[in-house]
Design a protein around this ligand. Structure first.
Ligand SMILES: Cc1ncc(COP(=O)(O)O)c(C=O)c1O
Length: 379
């Protein structure tokens, strides 16, 4: 028998809720993926490259055409010049980039700070690297509690992981908060991993406070994004990491043994897409804001309280007027008895926390959103 390195880890809630949704024929607003198609041009380009025999290994760090497009997008959107050869690595999803970056930084006995509710892959990756994940809860507005952050930093602290726009809460980091964070990272000589997979899904005219906008911070950061979110292709698992050369060298040492490289025809197709249809990412805020507003309006007559949502494609609802069940029980009950699958927020916390909150994914067609809202209005 083997000695489990992650004895407490089971099947993720995303898998179990999606399974329950399909068993019960419920509308699946649980796992975060679109139920609409990606751009036809993208499909046509994949088809083109597969037929034209671009079917062998890509360069380890990514297809040059795609790395160039990532650098171009970064320059255009954040006015930051990066070197596509030495500072960009294409990865098999943001998940791989997160794992490689965490493993590049964390040594045995090191501490890495994550903010709860936290995306589920950070903690196990830190532990597999031999480190300790220090979980700090966000405050009741889902913002960083800087006093708690200061109290938690010590000589073992190596890394802070942030995620904005934030899954699951939909909160976004402000310029002021980014500056406070930068002070801590510089003062304590830390490394930052900035999970920016929802960088283009931000609403109400807000500007995403990417680490790309903070040169001193960027010098000490891995910035991670995902074409799954940006181009509606979560199943392709193509992401990337921007980091200064010294960090990229260490990142690639891990990436090359984790996956070596990422699907060649998919990379080529995405490069063409970014070149020919930049509006695909430029118009994402309006595209998803419409969906957010549609869902929120349709839920107005319900007894669910809608929390603010400034980014991501997730809407949090407080169901305390409807039920006293725990978050997990509520999510299961809602799926089984009312035909809408959602995600409990408690699973994103390392310590038990019940706030009567559920996460609804609105990366769905309007009909799907309307139909789910009708069911939720009956609660
Ligand atoms: C915050 C966050 N980080 C990372 C990922 C993983 O992205 P990918 O599918 O590109 O691996 C997700 C996907 O849901 C996410 O929500």
């Amino acid at each position: 028998m083997i000695n489990s390195k992650l004895p407490d880890v089971g099947t993720t809630i995303f898998t179990s809720m999606s399974k329950l949704a399909s068993e019960t024929n419920a509308i699946n607003l649980s796992q975060g993926f679109p139920d609409f198609q990606c751009h036809p041009y993208l499909k046509e380009r994949v088809d083109h490259y597969v037929r034209n025999d671009l079917n062998q290994y890509a360069p380890m760090s990514g297809l040059p055409a795609l790395c160039d497009q990532i650098a171009r997008k970064t320059a255009q959107h954040y006015q930051r010049a990066i070197d596509s050869m030495s500072e960009v690595t294409v990865t098999s999803g943001a998940t791989e980039a997160l794992f490689a970056a965490i493993n590049a930084v964390v040594n045995v006995g090191d501490e890495a700070i994550v903010f709860d509710p936290a995306y589920d892959s950070y903690d196990p990756a830190i532990r597999l690297a031999g480190g300790r994940a220090v979980h700090i809860p966000l405050n009741n507005k889902f913002e960083i509690d800087f006093q708690r952050l200061d109290e938690s930093i010590n000589s073992r602290t190596k890394l802070i992981i942030i995620n904005s726009p934030h899954n699951p809460t939909g909160s976004v980091l402000t310029q002021e908060q980014m500056e406070l964070l930068q002070q801590r990272v510089l003062k304590h000589n830390l490394i930052l991993i900035s999970d920016e997979v929802y960088e283009h899904i931000i609403f109400d005219g807000l500007q995403h406070q990417s680490v790309n906008l903070y040169p001193d911070l960027a010098e000490r950061s891995f910035i991670i994004s995902s074409f799954g979110k940006t181009l509606h292709t979560t199943g392709w698992k193509v992401g990337y990491c921007i980091a200064p050369q010294n960090l990229t060298v260490e990142f690639r040492k891990i990436h090359q043994y984790l996956t070596f490289c990422t699907s060649t025809p998919l990379q080529a197709a995405i490069a063409d897409m970014l070149e020919v249809h930049p509006e695909a990412w430029q118009q994402l805020p309006e595209f998803y804001q419409q969906k957010r507003d549609h869902l929120r309006k349709a839920l107005e007559p319900s007894r669910l309280e809608l929390l603010d949502c400034s980014g991501t494609y997730f809407q949090l609802v407080n169901y305390s007027a409807v039920s006293k069940l725990s978050e997990l029980e509520f999510a299961q009950w809602l799926t089984q008895h009312h035909g809408v699958a959602v995600i409990p927020i408690s699973v994103f916390y390392s310590e038990e926390k019940q706030q009567s909150l559920a996460r609804l994914c609105f990366a769905k067609n309007e009909e799907t959103l309307t139909k789910s809202a009708e069911r939720l209005c009956q609660l």
